[in-house]
Design a protein around this ligand. Structure first.
Ligand SMILES: Nc1nc2c(ncn2[C@@H]2O[C@H](COP(=O)(O)OP(=O)(O)OP(=O)(O)O)[C@@H](O)[C@H]2O)c(=O)[nH]1
Ligand SMILES: [Mg+2]
Length: 309
């Protein structure tokens, strides 16, 4: 495919088109993904998750700047329609964003999650594949963190950075209850605000706890994303984490998880398509549905029957 050839040469417009194909689940999408797959596996996929407005995009822009200075190329995807780069961004943010978008070594894109479940996971994995094949050394995936979606993201990235900010009150308690377990690196952004020290202490204790169960102890960083403070340290931690993954054999495990996730989701998708696509299956489905409604059969037997045929 011509678009794929252009992508492999690093063409940003081809990347934009391919991501749209994938995002819209266009007919061509699976052909594209098939062709891309063999060209993937070189990029470091980093998830940036946290509550809305915590400074994820600002942080990603700052991180990208530092990584570019180190000579590496960066892909950025913000997943979730509410997390458009332009949403709520003040002038300074927009200027930084424009700066980045004209840089040949940076590709940026927002994308919506798709209707069916596993939407975030699919969107992440497939957008990352495009940027990986394009030759990006690091791919940031920004998502608004909320329990379920956050753990889904975790399955699709190598390194997950959790961003928090002072003044969230009880929220941290809820986070501590389980969600924080998935962060590899903790960032307290808006370090210029009151309460940063307290939040750092709390996150340190979560990190201590995690270090009892695993070799990697999540570092806790304080940043002011809007003026670049603390950003270098976060980049160093991201690089250290990749090194740790590779040395410990954990990288292979995460790759396996990622492949398994994408494979499983694809099987589910194909099964769903088989069950619903085409006149015959639609008719069969309606027939069975009627039987379920009339209690002549149950949903479980009906589902088996639908897939058998
Ligand atoms: N004071 C202060 N403001 C910040 C800092 N980082 C980001 N901001 C501001 O916080 C607002 C939200 O920042 P974003 O980077 O858009 O936050 P986000 O987490 O990406 O937001 P969503 O994508 O909407 O969830 C913007 O107005 C930023 O300028 C910081 O370190 N200190
Ligand atoms: Mg954002």
């Amino acid at each position: 495919m011509e678009l794929v050839d252009r992508l492999l040469k690093g063409d940003k417009r081809a990347a934009a088109k391919l991501i749209s194909l994938v995002e819209n689940e266009d007919k061509e999408a699976s052909a594209v993904l098939r062709e891309l797959y063999q060209h993937t596996g070189k990029t470091h996929i980093v998830g940036i998750t946290g509550p809305s407005g915590v400074g994820k995009s600002s942080l990603v822009f700052g991180l990208t700047k530092v990584i570019r200075e180190r000579g590496k190329k960066v892909g950025i995807v913000a997943i979730d329609p509410t997390s458009r780069f332009t949403g709520g961004a003040i002038l300074g943010d927009r200027i930084r964003m424009t700066e980045l978008s004209t840089d040949e070594g940076v590709f940026m894109r927002s994308m919506g999650t798709r209707g069916h479940h596993g939407g975030i996971a699919r969107a992440t994995t497939e957008a990352a594949m495009v940027l990986d094949a394009m030759g990006m050394d690091v791919v940031f995936v920004e998502t608004v963190g909320a329990g379920q979606s956050q753990s889904m993201i975790w399955e699709c990235v190598h390194t997950s950075v959790l961003v928090e900010m002072p003044g969230m009150g009880d929220e941290i308690q809820a986070l501590k209850a389980g969600i924080l377990e998935i962060g590899d690196i903790f960032v307290v952004n808006k370090g210029d605000r009151e309460g940063a020290d307290q939040l750092v202490k709390e996150l340190e204790s979560v990190a201590e706890y995690k270090a009892m169960e695993q070799e990697w102890k999540p570092p806790v960083h304080v940043t002011i994303a809007t003026d670049g403070q603390g950003i270098e340290d976060v980049v160093n931690s991201i690089e250290n984490h990749l090194e740790y993954l590779k040395e410990s054999g954990e990288y292979q495990k995460r790759e396996e998880e990622r492949a398994k996730g994408e494979f499983t989701r694809t099987v589910q998708d194909l099964l769903l398509k088989k069950a619903f696509d085409g006149e015959g299956s639609k008719k069969k489905f309606d027939e069975l549905l009627r039987e379920v409604m009339e209690k002549k059969t149950d949903p479980y037997s009906a589902a088996e029957k639908l897939l058998e045929d």
